[in-house]
Design a protein around this ligand. Structure first.
Ligand code: ASP
Length: 344
């Protein structure tokens, strides 16, 4: 495919990258995307066609919702055959959740969907936004032998391209805001962009994209800590309508062996809540049954989240619960990798 015939769609959802300082309040507030093109005239130098869609109401990513994820998936579906790749400009705070959610909503994805954003607004002198933006476009357009090099939902930030559903925002202050602790980078940008082909997921059999439009947000996160009180666990397991619980356990899936704790978790499972154990550690995996302190949870029916991130566990539960699969199917899908989100 020649560069001239390539078309990239940029979807601007909001986030620091497009924010400006409101002189009245002194806070950063989202601004119009027209500003972005003015601030990055370099975008006009790409040999290919770039078009943009700006959300009617741009949002700080703290206000991202599952409805917005579905809207994004539907935008990609509507434009899938018109464009060769997609760049989603998004706030960094919840980018890892959004990238994970999109990875599940877009099954059989055969084109790049690259999330990026920045820590400093694109109009500021030392912004990291320009470089992130330009490299993300380049990656979204990159092909080899006529095929997209990264046909996945990914996150590009500060020279690194990661699988979207493996990312975590790990730093609020520095430009290298993201990490993928349990999976290697998909590419590194230096003088050239060098792709880590063996880490990129390529479809074995090409199938048509399937876009899902249902998510069930009735999930919660319970992070255990020394001294956790029964009332805290009670409050969570008794949430009305709760269907999924991400249980953030210690190390390789360990938790207090207090009878009341295990009983309350079992009570949640008995009332139909799917409980997934993820580790509080940045890297590594849950390995239920390795220590006696995880056996009780295993016997109660807690599912082993392996090395899934909390962000992706939330998105995966919302996705699976949204498809109305039965309990057995949900368990089966949680234990296996659907979009490269765990080492199964
Ligand atoms: N609060 C901003 C957001 O997530 C932070 C950022 O974009 O970096 O939208």
């Amino acid at each position: 495919m020649s560069q001239e015939s390539t078309s990239i769609l940029i979807i601007y959802t909001g986030g620091t990258i497009g924010m400006v300082n409101d002189p009245k309040t002194g806070s950063l507030a989202p601004f119009d995307f027209g500003h972005m093109r003015k601030q990055v005239p370099e975008v006009n130098n790409f040999a290919f066609n770039i078009e943009t869609i700006t959300f009617k109401k741009v949002v700080d990513s703290s206000n991202i919702t599952p409805e917005i994820w579905i809207h994004l998936a539907e935008l990609i579906e509507k434009n899938y055959h018109k464009y060769d790749g997609f760049v989603i400009l998004h706030g960094t705070d919840t980018m890892a959740y959004s990238a994970a959610a999109l990875s599940f909503l877009l099954e059989n994805l055969g084109k790049p969907v690259v999330f990026t954003g920045s820590q400093l607004p694109i109009g500021t002198l030392r912004t990291d936004g320009k470089e992130n933006f330009i490299s993300a476009i380049e990656i979204a357009a990159a092909t080899k032998d006529g095929q997209p090099i990264v046909p996945e939902v990914s996150v590009f930030f500060e020279n690194m391209l990661y699988r979207g559903n493996r990312t975590t925002k790990h730093n609020a202050d520095y430009f290298d805001a993201f990490r993928s602790y349990n999976y290697p980078e998909l590419a590194k940008a230096g003088i050239d962009i060098s792709y880590n082909y063996s880490a990129i997921c390529y479809p074995v059999i090409k199938k048509d994209i399937k876009v899902y439009n249902k998510l069930d947000p009735n999930v919660a996160i319970l992070q255990i800590f020394p001294g956790i009180q029964p009332s805290v666990v009670d409050a969570i397991v008794n949430i009305k309508g709760l269907k999924g619980l991400v249980l953030e356990t210690y190390g390789s899936g360990n938790a207090p062996t207090l009878d009341w704790f295990t009983e309350k978790i079992k009570y949640a499972i008995d009332r139909g809540v799917v409980v997934l154990s993820v580790t509080q550690c940045n890297a590594g995996s849950v390995n239920m049954g390795k220590y006696a302190t995880s056996l009780g949870l295993l016997n109660a029916g807690v599912i082993n989240g392996k090395n899934i991130t909390t962000e992706t566990a939330v998105a995966k539960l919302m996705f699976l619960l949204g498809q109305k699969y039965n309990k057995e199917q949900i368990k089966e899908y949680l234990l296996k990798s659907l979009r490269g989100e765990i080492n199964a």
